[in-house]
Design a protein around this ligand. Structure first.
Ligand SMILES: *Cc1c(COP(=O)(O)O)cnc(C)c1O
Length: 256
């Protein structure tokens, strides 16, 4: 069980991140609510994830009461890195029906488990993986959402297709039955140099525009950009992020 203090802390941190997103939307001249918040929940105990979902739902309800009509922001998305952790936690979150994404690398032997619990795989970086996911989706008679992950920084430790192959891969993935390509995802450069981080996010946006310009099958809707983390979400929003992924800003520093 988690304490009332921990509950209050996660609610406070979540509100702070929502404020940062709203301020960045204004600064970038983008409509309020145009950026969705994904909570990266690796290593976070399921009770604390539940507390975050509950805090989010309370905060959104309060906004509705004040303004009337629809909540001005959509509910948070949850993102897990490891399939094993996704499978362990998802059943304990099912009653809250969160939107669940896989944001970490996916091995082919875990495709079935991942597609059972996640509605979206953000880490597709090879056509072979896309093909396996598509096959699985067709067999189970559903449509699986995917992002193509691009390694914009070129750092060897990062997953994702190289930028020069990203458009070709995305066009091929979009054309597969059983999948819906939502857009591109990246993990930004790990550097304090803001201009380098920002250039990577700008590159992801340019690649995304190029994909739509190909006119390839089912590419016209593939306009989402999942980019930006706790430390740099403002830069990502300036460059067009539609989903930012935060872990530490909401849950605190992870145990290592
Ligand atoms: C952990 C993680 C995040 C969140 O990073 P923070 O720095 O904790 O905000 C975002 N994306 C991916 C793929 C991650 O693994």
């Amino acid at each position: 069980m988690i304490s009332d203090d921990e509950r209050a802390e996660v609610a406070r941190r979540l509100a702070r991140v929502r404020d940062r997103i709203a301020a960045a939307e204004v600064a970038a001249g983008r409509p309020a609510g145009s950026v969705r918040l994904l909570l990266a929940t690796k290593t976070v105990p399921v009770e604390l994830v539940r507390a975050a979902l509950e805090a989010d739902s309370v905060a959104r309800a309060a906004l509705v009461t004040r303004d009337g009509g629809h909540p001005p922001v959509e509910a948070v998305i949850l993102g897990e890195n490891r399939v094993q952790e996704l499978v362990a936690k998802a059943p304990h979150l099912a009653d809250l029906s969160p939107e669940l994404h896989l944001i970490g690398p996916l091995q082919s032997n875990k495709v079935a488990a991942a597609s059972r619990w996640a509605s979206c795989i953000e880490s597709v970086d090879t056509f072979a993986l896309a093909g396996r996911l598509a096959g699985r989706a067709v067999v189970s008679g559903r449509v699986l959402e995917v992002f193509v992950q691009v390694n914009v920084s070129g750092e060897a430790t990062k997953h994702g297709v190289a930028p020069r192959h990203a458009v070709e891969l995305a066009v091929q993935v979009a054309a597969l039955g059983g999948l819906r390509l939502r857009g591109l995802m990246t993990v930004g450069a790990n550097t304090p140099d803001e201009s380098a981080v920002r250039a990577g996010y700008a590159l992801l946006r340019e690649l995304s525009e190029e994909i739509v310009r190909t006119g390839g099958a089912s590419t016209s809707g593939a306009t989402e950009l999942s980019m930006g983390m706790s430390r740099d979400l403002e830069l990502a929003i300036t460059e067009g992020a539609t989903i930012v992924r935060t872990g530490t800003a909401v849950f605190g520093t992870r145990p290592r």
